[in-house]
Design a protein. Structure first.
Length: 662
């Protein structure tokens, strides 16, 4: 007789293919040695989630592919109906489970027969404890304290801190009232009795309702701190939007109508409606402040500078022997000029991150053209001084560069327009995974990062070209000493180590990205850093795209470099070879940028190149495989990428026959 299934893991997926892939990989590792099954219910995803499941996990996953999106509750109920395990686990796809988590949870449930449901300690991708791991029932007073901020002001208060039970130690186990549906353990025998999730809840609130029905059935809900998991939070359901506020609080109204009655219900619903309006107004005001604050401040600085320029021009150039500009110039025209400059900066994307130099130069130039044209074409627009407008345009550019430079300096320790604007990364993990992470960052990922070195218990002979910076216990000290921006955690199957380091990083200002085992992407909250897309199948279209822009970029680029050669030569590694190479490009016998190896198989033929994608990262290990680099170059090539390669690798310019790309 076949032994019964101990655990059924149910995952509802909607358009989070990369998160689902790492979640499933971690689930199967955690199921090793257990009798388990994995059920994925896909709510009609439009990404390649289904293809990924079939290709990577095959028949190990019981896949239910819906032809529409019936909602979180109904999809989970489909999984519950198909499950046969003694225990059920409702798990979000944007989670990562350490290998020993399932054993610990099953042992706890076996030892506590009064446990109808159980949740675990969840941390997010920044190492922050997620307070929704344990909650109280949202009674009217508990909800009032939450809605109006009293729970945030007094988190240690047993009265005001009830919503997220913030007065309880998150590192200790507790019996609680409400668990999170992101990771919720249930007894199958109990769900057969009380039913699954209430399908009146499309999304949010269904976990509160189910937790309450567990207690009504005479069982307890437990919070288990000893088995933490990573929950990226916000990937499967983007939170923080006005739509989220509306849907969440509508779920609270459904819950109140179902479980509360009389005056209690009316007070609760009134408080929820008030909360929706308060949160909506607060969100709108916050967005306006974030979007308009910087432009308004910069507009004030530009006006003050223009006022100073006109005062200087008035006293020392225009009216040396007496006189003054009319008040309308400073009271009307200068504010309008400042508004024109700020408006054009906005239209050119100067307030969007990451900051770029081009809009800061282009917008003031067009501001000068617009103002000068208006004074020429419209007689009613007075022309007080084009010189003042021209000087204002120049100083507007300088102010824009200076303000963004100072903001970047404060946030990242360097100016946004320097070459050092790449992320400064330290890799922590096992030697093999560190090596793999470094290879991806240097070669295939869309990620402008500089690898400072690695952290492990001891230096490794497998990593001779990377610097050993210290041990995991010295994590924060290493980050501060080397001015790291973030960490890449590459522990392979040792997920627990990654979670431990993430929690240690909490509050350090240095976020961590995880390299999932057997994957070629980095993952973090709201972020998946993927490789360059693969080359398209149409070889003719690929060749046209590869060669089209090179017809103008190669002659222009080589001519510019030859003109600048006297200035560049002292910094070139092989000046004579670079000189010959640039002339071959100018004569049409080579490309500035080409493949890293001669005639790579399966890719359109190109002329030899002076540089390749390998030269984009001078600090890359010398033994990177060249085939994947050439495939990525073919897939991503364009004038912007070629220019980036030239700007970063020009010191390595050389003639093709002397080690250039082929």
């Amino acid at each position: 007789m076949e032994a019964p299934v101990q655990l059924s893991v149910i995952i509802v997926n909607y358009n989070v293919r990369h998160f689902l892939e790492q979640c499933l990989a971690s689930v199967f590792r955690a199921l090793e040695g257990l009798r388990g099954e994995v059920i994925v219910v896909d709510n009609h995803s439009s990404d390649d989630s289904l293809e990924m499941i079939r290709e990577r996990f095959g028949d190990r996953v019981h896949l239910i592919a819906n032809q529409d999106n019936p909602g979180f509750s109904k999809a989970n109920n489909q999984g519950i109906a198909a499950a046969s395990g003694t225990y059920l686990l409702l798990l979000n796809p944007d989670t990562l489970v350490p290998p020993d988590t399932f054993r610990r949870c099953i042992a706890f449930l076996d030892a506590h027969p009064d446990a109808g449901a159980m949740g675990v300690r969840m941390i997010d991708g920044t190492g922050t404890f997620l307070p929704e791991s344990k909650r109280a029932l949202p009674t009217p007073w508990v909800s009032f304290y939450k809605i109006f901020g009293l729970s945030a002001l007094f988190p240690r208060s047993r009265r005001f801190g009830q919503y997220h039970l913030t007065y309880l130690d998150p590192k200790q186990n507790h019996a609680v009232e409400v668990l999170s549906g992101a990771c919720m353990w249930l007894r199958k025998s109990l769900t057969d009795r009380i039913g699954g999730l209430d399908e009146a809840f499309f999304m949010y609130g269904e976990d509160i309702d189910l937790s309450y029905r567990v207690t009504l059935a005479g069982f307890r809900n437990y919070y288990l701190a000893d088995a933490p998991i990573l929950h990226y939070k916000g990937e499967s359901t983007k939170k923080g939007s006005l739509n989220y506020v509306r849907v969440f609080y509508q779920a609270m109204i459904i819950f109140a109508r179902k479980h509360f009655g009389g005056q209690r219900q009316r007070w609760f619903i009134a408080a929820v409606h008030l909360a929706v309006y308060v949160r909506a107004v607060a969100a709108i005001l916050r967005r306006l402040a974030l979007r308009a604050g910087f432009p308004l401040l910069e507009g004030g600085l530009i006006y003050a500078l223009m006022y100073g320029i006109q005062a200087y021009w008035e006293h020392y150039v225009k009216y040396i022997e007496g006189g003054a500009y009319p008040p309308v110039f400073t009271q009307v025209y200068l504010p309008v000029y400042a508004a024109v400059f700020v408006g054009l900066l906005w239209l050119h994307g100067a307030y969007r991150k990451p900051y770029r130099l081009k809009p800061l130069a282009v917008a003031p130039f067009w501001g000068f053209i617009a103002i000068a044209t208006a004074t020429y074409m419209f007689p009613f627009v007075q022309n007080f001084s084009r010189a003042i407008v021209g000087l204002s345009a120049v100083f507007t550019m300088l102010i824009a560069i200076a303000t963004r430079g100072l903001l970047s300096r404060k946030a990242q320790g360097r100016f946004f327009f320097t070459e050092e604007n790449r992320r400064r990364v330290v890799i922590a993990g096992t030697p093999a995974e560190i090596r793999r992470a470094a290879g991806l960052i240097f070669g295939r990922l869309r990620y402008p990062a500089e690898v400072l070195g690695y952290v492990s218990e001891a230096p490794s002979a497998e990593l001779p070209d990377l610097a050993w910076l210290g041990r995991p216990a010295d994590l924060l000290a290493v980050g501060a000493l080397y001015r790291a921006d973030e960490w890449v955690l590459a522990f392979g199957a040792e997920t627990g180590e990654a979670l431990t380091l993430l929690e240690r990083l909490h509050g350090s200002g240095m976020p961590g990205k995880i390299l999932p085992p057997d994957s070629e992407f980095l993952i973090a909250p709201h972020t998946v850093i993927r490789p360059w897309s693969q080359a398209p199948d149409d070889a003719a279209a690929l060749r046209r795209r590869l060669t089209g822009y090179k017809r103008w970029m190669d002659p222009l680029g080589s001519a510019a470099l030859l003109l600048l050669f006297p200035l560049l030569a002292p910094a070139l590694r092989r000046p004579a070879s670079a000189w010959r190479g640039l002339w071959t490009v100018l004569r049409g016998q080579a490309h500035l940028v080409g493949y890293a190896q001669p005639a790579p198989a399966g890719l359109p033929r190109l002329r030899p190149g002076l540089l390749s994608l390998r030269d984009r990262r001078p600090d890359a290990p010398a033994d990177l495989p060249l085939g994947p680099l050439d495939a990525q170059y073919a897939a991503a090539a364009g004038w912007e990428l070629d220019l980036d390669i030239v700007l970063h690798g020009w010191r390595s310019l050389r003639a093709p026959e002397e080690g250039g790309a082929g």
